[in-house]
Design a protein around this ligand. Structure first.
Ligand SMILES: C[S@@+](CC[C@H](N)C(=O)[O-])C[C@H]1O[C@@H](n2cnc3c(N)ncnc32)[C@H](O)[C@@H]1O
Length: 418
């Protein structure tokens, strides 16, 4: 019998913890996992080493914690910017070489890039003048050209991550929002950033983060592998042998990107400057991006009932919820196949509200795992003191009418029995 009661455990809150330790803070991202939560799950449910999987790895919080705990960590994410950050964050770097490159850039960066290229290379960003002043575009173009000349791929990645954050800071986007929203006109008038020194500051901050990681890592750390496969469609067997994963620690999306967290919108301008393919299509490809009818049934009564209730007032919204859970269930099936008997799957999820109904995502997670040969071990309930996440959204989809969404989340722990 499925027991999905959750236990409120306040010491999972980590109210005052430093969530930016090591390289965790080199670049912001929506709905990042708290490193302390990943660390504790790995510590309590991992068996000291082996294979760790994060099928929604985002910027690699779990991967870094897995590496620090001597696991071979494997992650996948469909968002190319998240993959760049995850890969960079978890790769130890030659600090002497990095120092030389930062010095080179600080002293001659824009001049040499300008001399080499004569003119700057502008990426193909529709509406570029809406987001960046002409001067900012010119300087970003020069920095981008400079990065292309860096020989070491790892140092180039380090610069790309700093560049991405610089793009965010010097653009006319509201940095306090994860969605792509332009600043108010009066703020735009006052926003005259020095692009070059913004980049230098980020490089120096991030360099300090890598020095602290260097101290924490052993002599021969196992570098995580970061892939771009769609965990809803498959976990390729040539990448992860079925039944080989010891522990899964992940925070999946809790709804489709359009109505919850827009990971693609957050990343779009940086990705376009970096030349990532289909940078403006990311949100459509993420979990729940397709369309489905609200008629779908999941075999978990609590979820089926809530979708039915939403459908009574808004069948389209119910279809969106169903579409998300259809993908979510498929991805759990794929993940379940990858885990070894006795291995654990720990999912950090939120129960959002749609049309005034709370969607039982935590309970559905336990139920879907149970349908895939797992038993539910425990669900912890934690408050979210410092996870960056919109605390209000528009679940009714009426512009201006806000409803409360999650201020707490659930940590659902399951163990494979067969
Ligand atoms: C909550 S975020 C993960 C954040 C991560 N724990 C961190 O600390 O940065 C969820 C991630 O799932 C990714 N995602 C959504 N659908 C996906 C899919 N079908 N396959 C792989 N990744 C997907 C999104 O791009 C997003 O980065």
């Amino acid at each position: 019998m499925l027991n999905v009661q959750s236990r409120v455990v306040e010491d999972w809150d980590y109210r005052t913890a430093n969530t930016k330790e090591f390289t965790h803070g080199i670049h912001p991202y929506p709905a990042m996992m708290i490193p302390q939560v990943a660390r504790r799950l790995i510590d309590e449910y991992g068996s000291g080493g082996g294979i760790l999987l994060d099928p929604y790895c985002g910027t690699g919080t779990t991967l870094l914690e897995g590496m620090l705990a001597n696991f071979y960590a494997i992650g996948t994410d469909l968002n190319p910017l998240a993959r760049l950050i995850a890969r960079t964050k978890t790769a130890p770097i030659d600090l002497d070489l990095l120092d030389r490159e930062i010095k080179d850039f600080s002293e001659f960066g824009l001049v040499t890039a300008g001399l080499r290229d004569g003119q700057t290379d502008h990426p193909n960003i529709p509406n570029i003048d809406y987001w960046f002043s002409e001067n900012v575009q010119r300087e970003l173009g020069l920095i981008r050209s400079h990065i292309d000349w860096i020989e070491s791929a790892q140092i180039a990645d380090f610069f790309k991550v700093a560049f991405s954050l610089t793009v965010r800071k010097v653009s006319w986007t509201k940095n306090s929002e994860f969605k792509l929203v332009r600043m108010a006109p009066e703020r735009i008038e006052d926003h005259d950033p020095d692009v070059f020194s913004t980049m230098v500051d980020v490089l120096k901050d991030n360099r300090r983060a890598f020095a602290s990681l260097d101290h924490a890592l052993g002599d021969e750390p196992t570098i995580p592998a970061v892939y771009g496969f769609n965990s809803v469609v498959e976990i390729p067997q040539e990448t992860i042998t079925p039944g080989s994963v010891d522990i899964v620690v992940t925070s999946p999306p809790y709804g489709d990107s359009k109505t919850t967290v827009a990971y693609g919108q957050f990343s779009r301008l940086s990705s376009q400057w970096l030349g990532h393919d289909n940078a403006n299509q990311v949100d459509n490809s993420l979990m729940g991006g397709g369309k489905l009818s609200d008629e779908v049934r999941f075999g978990f009564e609590e979820l089926d009932e809530v979708i039915g209730e939403v459908a009574d007032t808004d069948p389209r919204r119910a279809g969106e919820v169903a579409s998300f859970f259809f993908d979510y269930r498929n991805s759990i099936c794929n993940v379940a196949d990858a885990v070894r008997p006795g291995g654990f799957a720990c999912y950090v999820v939120g129960n959002r509200t749609v049309k005034g109904y709370q969607i039982p995502t935590a309970e559905s997670t336990a139920a879907f795992f149970e349908m895939s040969g797992f038993e539910h071990v425990e669900t912890f309930h934690r408050n979210i003191p410092n996870k960056r996440m919109p605390s209000m959204n528009s679940p009714t989809n009426v512009p201006g009418k806000l409803g409360k969404t999650m201020k707490s989340e659930f940590i659902v722990v399951n163990r494979k029995t067969v």
